[in-house]
Ligand binder design. Structure first.
Ligand SMILES: O=C(O)CCC(=O)C(=O)O
Ligand SMILES: [Fe+2]
Length: 355
């Protein structure tokens, strides 16, 4: 059934509203949320594969041997998986909890209050929305979100009142972590760290915080929270609440359930790392599943180069050294996002920038 067959009022609802409504009586999932893609029907995802755990504190405070080992481990994780758990990151449990609660409080505002932040232009610095609509696709996803640009200019919603202070601190701390991780990633590729920071203008890089809400879903076997996609950024640092293991990553053709490691952050490598490394490091394809029982919230911190004036392309030094030709053309982030938004399948974008 296409979106146009659903009652109009339903299409304007957030999934939070639909979930609250289903608790009070309506127990079936509106058909626009049915995912007919193979994602839902295919083989059982694997649960017992383990991804690497990286002690990020050793990058700063470890012995030279410990540091080199961590860099090797990061390189291997980026090459073989495109994701790893980050521990000893220095963000206190209380700050992690406060950030989760601040997003949760935002999603619990009245629909009227949240509407103030609902924008059609996705470049708005504070943007609340529901689902993820891909051009040309009618299907919707069981997810509400709040996306806030926090760097180089810090933005925040006015409500809840403590969002500003908490997100400011959380953004600072996560920025320190991803800068450390990006340096390690460049080192693992044997690339000049200061050259990379300058050429990507990392000092004025764009950092966003995205809170994702997946409320209980009346028919979770039919819906997806987020469809398979890779992130259009350098890296994503993901924090998850204790809800359930809702995140799955595609690894060697199989969906793997990411087991929640309390207090850790999950680092996912994004499309820009795949481009810069000329395909050696993969941007990981992942998706979010939903549950009928509990609410899941995730908070993603994403970092990208500035939107317009920086063109990223496979690192020339990497190509020279390995005597390889470039597989991707250079592109600005703005152009990349425009391309990404036109794609029906979120996965196929990398093919369209291959030379
Ligand atoms: O909620 C999750 O676990 C995944 C979120 C995600 O993929 C994203 O925000 O890009
Ligand atoms: Fe993602």
């Amino acid at each position: 059934m296409s979106t146009s067959d659903e009652p109009h009022s339903l299409l304007n609802c957030t999934v939070k509203e639909l979930a609250d409504y289903s608790i009070s009586g309506a127990a079936s999932l509106p058909s626009v949320y049915f995912n007919h893609c193979p994602a839902v029907a295919e083989a059982e995802p694997v649960v017992n594969e383990e991804i690497a755990t990286i002690d990020v504190s050793l990058l700063k405070n470890g012995t030279p041997e410990e540091r080199s080992r961590v860099i090797l481990d990061i390189g291997r994780a980026c090459e073989e998986w495109g994701c790893f758990n980050v521990v000893n990151h220095g963000i206190s449990e209380s700050l992690q909890t406060a950030m989760m609660e601040a997003f949760s409080k935002f999603f619990n505002l009245t629909e009227e209050e949240k509407k103030y932040y609902t924008k059609t232009n996705l470049f708005e610095p504070v943007c609340h929305g529901t689902s993820t609509l891909l051009k040309g696709m009618d299907v919707r996803f069981w997810r509400d979100f709040l996306r806030v640009v926090v760097f180089p200019v810090f933005h925040y919603p006015d409500k809840p009142h403590d969002f500003r202070a908490i997100s400011d601190e959380y953004a600072h701390k996560t920025r320190e972590i991803y800068i450390e991780l990006l340096r390690a990633i460049w080192e693992s590729l044997d690339l000049d760290v200061s050259f990379m920071e300058e050429s990507l203008e990392l000092k004025s890089s764009r950092q966003t915080l995205v809170g994702n809400l997946y409320p209980p879903c009346p028919q979770p076997e039919l819906a997806l929270g987020l469809p398979p996609h890779s992130d259009p950024c350098l890296v994503t640092l993901l924090m998850q609440n204790k809800g359930y293991n809702g995140l799955q990553v595609l690894h060697n053709g199989k969906w793997i359930v990411i087991q929640l490691v309390p207090r850790s952050l999950l680092c996912l490598t994004g499309d820009i790392i795949e481009i810069i490394s000329n395909g050696r490091y993969k941007s990981i394809v992942h998706r979010a599943m939903v549950s009928s029982e509990s609410t899941r919230i995730s908070v993603a911190t994403q970092v990208t180069p500035p939107i317009e004036n920086v063109t990223f392309a496979p690192a020339p030094k990497l190509l020279e050294r390995s005597n390889c030709s470039t597989i991707f053309r250079g592109i600005t982030f703005k152009e990349f996002l425009a391309l990404k938004s036109q794609h029906k399948s979120m996965n196929s974008i990398m093919d369209s920038i291959k030379v």
